[in-house]
Design a protein around this ligand. Structure first.
Ligand code: CLR
Length: 431
């Protein structure tokens, strides 16, 4: 049973928080929340969610592996085979990305807002011959908060890079979150995949038990032409199950646009549970269903991170140690006190920089104007998929009304890109 007096306090602060939210618009830095809804984990850590099933990520570049299930009557080639592995790996990342706080803390919580230059690093060590997969995450901007990441395995020649910025908007008892940024998965020397990030919203706010529900779409576009559209339907109107999605895979974006062309495959189900794959021909009749992915059956592979004592002061868990402890203790004063120490330090650093006349330099990532982005396939892949290259919500269609809403005159879009040389030259942070 719950102590009624503390429940009253909690309810009061939640109600107050909820009322404040009614007019809220902005980002993590301006959102204040009662202590019991604070998480001791910084947003820089969220980058690891892209690879908690590293075996599936690495399978995308296993030339010997044949994608299962295999349907008779479908013509498979190397590219299609790889594309199916990419889609399966992507679906496998969603449970980590959007359900893990509910699993570990009982509800979605407000993450720590990373400071400029905060980093989070770790690795997954595999059995031979797969080598090691590294994860680098860096807070490249504080106002607005932007996190960039790179996850790579040199042995297997698979690398993922991307960045993320969330814009929050409160309306009709719901917190709506637009994601800016994208992910780029590179496999071998020539194959690359552009992955867009879905819109989401936070439900359960009135009941003080928040959780994420995805909406909108994710697009995946490959260099060989393959195109997938994943539609999230939340509490599916068909199945009535939470976290429902439907993914259609086409040979090309043109095939997708052509109403007469059936998809090669249709996958449907729950991304946090079981999903089923059909051929485009069988889908309507629900003939010959085959399991695509079962999120409940795959245990996640936890990233290994150095002990806090061995970490640099820029590393997330070390920098936030006192605050995290205070949050775990639910000690309001201590949270405030420890956070103030961190914030004051940041403020004085910025002031010193200003006085010295230089700006903070990001560590492993560069902000690259679109017309100078020669290191990634972003421009080519965006045009294949007819997606906007501007600084607009992820997955916005090029030339759409939605795109023009976000455009700022004369502003050349810039995106965060991993600079491998900078990492190779790194001497202060090691994994
Ligand atoms: C960050 C990038 C990850 C995917 C992801 C998952 C959950 C999102 C998070 C992103 C951004 C911050 C977020 C969070 C869910 C809740 C939290 C929107 C997009 C907000 C700021 C917390 C609001 C507070 C309520 C819980 C009361 O790859």
């Amino acid at each position: 049973s719950i102590d009624s007096s503390s429940a009253d306090v909690a309810n009061f602060t939640w109600t107050k928080f909820f009322k404040n939210m009614a007019t809220f618009k902005g980002d993590l830095s301006t959102l204040t929340a009662p202590p019991f809804i604070l998480s001791p984990v910084s947003l820089t850590e969220f980058s690891q969610y892209w690879s908690e099933h590293p075996d599936l990520l690495l399978a995308t570049n296993n030339k010997e592996a044949q994608f299962e299930p295999k349907f008779e009557g479908v013509e498979y080639n190397q590219e299609l085979n790889q594309f199916l592995f990419v889609v399966r790996w992507f679906i496998s990342t969603l449970k980590s990305q959007y359900c893990s706080r509910n699993e570990s803390m009982g509800s979605e919580k407000k993450p720590l807002n990373p400071f400029l230059g905060e980093v989070f690093v770790g690795k997954w060590e595999h059995e031979e011959p797969l080598g090691t997969t590294y994860c680098l995450s860096e807070q490249v901007s504080h106002h607005p908060p932007v996190t960039a990441y790179s996850i790579f395995n040199d042995t297997n020649k698979v690398s993922l890079q991307g960045y993320n910025q969330a814009k929050l908007n409160f309306s009709s008892a719901m917190l709506s979150v637009k994601q800016f940024g994208h992910a780029l998965l590179k496999i071998g020397e020539t194959n690359e995949y552009l992955i867009t990030l879905p819109t989401l919203h936070i439900e359960g706010l009135i009941a003080a038990a928040p959780y994420v529900e995805l909406e909108g779409k994710t697009y995946i576009q490959g260099t060989a032409g393959h195109f997938a559209v994943i539609e999230y339907t939340g509490k599916g109107w068909m199945s009535g199950k939470k976290n429902s999605f439907k993914c259609k895979i086409f040979e090309s974006k043109q095939d997708h646009d052509n109403e007469g062309t059936k998809p090669l495959f249709v996958i449907s189900g729950q991304w946090s549970g079981l999903s089923t794959i059909y051929t485009g021909d069988d889908e309507k009749k629900k003939k010959n269903p085959q399991t695509f992915y079962d999120a409940d059956r795959e245990a996640k592979d936890v990233l290994s991170v150095k002990p806090i004592e061995e970490q640099s002061e820029l590393e997330s868990r070390r920098a936030w140690k006192d605050v995290a402890e205070a949050i775990k203790e639910g000690d309001f004063n201590k949270i405030h006190q420890t956070k103030t120490v961190l914030e004051e330090k940041q403020r004085s650093l910025r002031k010193q920089e200003e006085e010295a006349g230089h700006k903070w330099e990001t560590r492993w990532f560069d902000l690259v104007p679109v017309d100078e982005d020669h290191s990634s396939g972003f421009v080519k892949l965006s045009s294949l998929a007819q997606l906007s290259m501007e600084d607009v919500p992820s997955g916005t269609i090029a030339g759409s009304k939605n795109e023009s809403k976000w455009l700022v005159d004369d502003k050349v879009a810039q995106h965060w890109r991993f600079n491998r040389q900078k990492w190779d030259d790194e001497s202060e942070i090691n994994i």
